[in-house]
Write a protein that binds this ligand. Structure first.
Ligand code: ATP
Length: 438
């Protein structure tokens, strides 16, 4: 299994992820997505949006503000309940999440320190700031710790505007912020991250069925974007680890280099959120079922996943090192082509004018249908290695025969390294076929 250090180093070298504010020494656990990283994250988010929202008739999309009325977080229970147990070492003053330490540990986990730990206290994870020029209690506002609340407060708006009936869902992708006690493991746990969440509103007595449905759906989706089944597992929450709003919760975990880690939680949030918002806002958030003539507050089942954690999972899952016949080694990212940041590389064999013109025309044409990269630097061998390392499934090489003799290009397959000559007239169809059957 690949180490996290290898992934971090490749991510930096090839422009997937950089340390945030690096030239100032970095800001702890804050990361910036580089040119390939942002493409990768976008393709993952697009695949989620397409599969979760655009291809379904029962789900609508939304994009709500990060800043919300402070009453939202009172009603949702986050002000009182969105906490982690914090302990501090009395000697080195390092802070730890008590529930992440091995049980009954009363000494600092740093072996060189071994100081006594304080009693645990509940630490609220919400970031606070102030709105407007006066910094008093009245101007206090939070950065959202989950995107879900923007959906709940718009439940009525979306239902009315779209004439949806229960059951239906609302999905959102966006930034969330949590003042994590112990961020770490690269982009796995950060204080600013992106979530892909969908709140599914249903009849109370159907929530258990939908809970199972969204677990299966999510497992399928992770495999659609290329994660191997053997690296995924389900883990039910014990009663004491469930979030304050959840009646039932199950994690989908991925086998990261350091062990199993959560990628997504599927929560049965019952009527917790809508009921509390209805009470606190005075707005009726119930639904009237025309068929049964019953009025009720819908229950909510929520698949909530992290975009950044999914990026890390696909990087780890795709990473391969292969020994070549000439004793060389090649590194490749075996991305599923639907998420590859670059799908086709166009590589003229030399900078010759004729080749450059032909290649440039081909690039202009292909980039309308595929994510393409044009690269004319270094030897062709080095360029293949580079494309392997960033997970490009197809390379097209244009040589002198292409322009002088046969109008054919060399198409190289990332995984088999097989090369075929193909007439440029058929290249688009061939790429389409190959990408669909990789
Ligand atoms: P954890 O137990 O790892 O702290 P959580 O159970 O609190 O996570 P949820 O509230 O269920 O997380 O959020 C849904 C998803 O959002 C998580 O499965 C994860 O993919 C993502 N996520 C949550 N916190 C972070 C974070 N600090 N950094 C990156 N992604 C996160």
């Amino acid at each position: 299994m690949v180490t996290l250090e290898t992934i971090v180093s490749l991510a930096k070298r090839r422009g997937f992820v950089f340390q945030g504010s690096e030239i100032y020494g970095g800001l702890r656990s804050v990361w910036d997505f580089g040119p390939l990283g942002i493409e990768l994250k976008r393709t993952i988010k697009d695949a989620w949006w397409k599969y979760m929202i655009q291809e379904r008739e029962d789900i609508e999309g939304i994009d709500t503000a990060i800043l919300m009325h402070p009453a939202v977080w009172q009603a949702s229970g986050h002000v009182s309940g969105f906490t982690d147990p914090l302990v501090e070492c009395k000697t080195c003053h390092n802070r730890y999440r008590e529930d992440q330490l091995s049980s009954n540990l009363s000494k600092c986990p740093d072996k060189d320190c071994d100081g006594d730990l304080t009693e645990s206290r509940q630490f609220n994870l919400m970031f606070q700031t102030h709105m407007g020029p006066i910094q008093d209690e009245g101007s206090k506002i939070f950065l959202r710790p989950e995107t879900a609340q923007g959906i709940f407060v718009n439940f009525e708006n979306v239902m009315t505007a779209t004439r949806k009936k229960i059951p239906f869902g609302i999905g959102q992708i966006g930034k969330s912020f949590r003042n994590e006690i112990t961020p770490g493991n690269f982009i796995f746990r950060t204080r600013e991250f992106e979530q892909m969440e969908m709140e599914f509103f249903c009849e109370p007595n159907k929530a258990d069925d939908w809970f199972e449905y969204w677990i299966d759906f999510s497992l399928k989706w992770f495999q659609i974007i290329g994660l191997e089944k053997k690296n995924l597992r389900k883990r039910e929450h014990s009663e004491d680890e469930r979030p304050h709003y959840a009646k039932a919760a199950l994690d989908i975990e991925y086998q990261f280099p350091w062990g199993w880690g959560e990628l997504e939680t599927i929560n049965n949030r019952s009527d917790h959120d809508l009921k509390n918002h209805a009470e606190k806002s005075g707005k009726d958030l119930s639904f009237f079922d025309e068929d049964s003539k019953e009025r009720y507050i819908p229950w909510v089942v929520e698949p909530a996943m992290g975009a950044d954690r999914t990026v890390l999972a696909v990087l780890c899952d795709a990473y391969r090192e292969e020994d070549l016949e000439n004793k060389d080694k090649r590194v490749l990212l075996k991305f599923n082509p639907i998420i590859s940041p670059v799908q086709v590389a166009i590589l003229p064999l030399s900078k010759n004018e004729k080749l450059a013109k032909f290649s440039s025309d081909l690039y202009q044409k292909l980039k309308k249908s595929f994510r393409c990269q044009f690269d004319v630097t270094q030897s062709i061998g080095k360029r293949y290695r580079r494309q392997d390392e960033i997970g490009t499934p197809i390379c097209l090489t244009i040589d002198f025969d292409t322009v002088e003799k046969d109008n054919c290009v060399t198409l190289r397959h990332r995984d088999t390294m097989e090369q075929i000559r193909i007439n440029v007239k058929n290249v688009e169809k061939e790429i389409e076929n190959l990408l669909a059957n990789f």
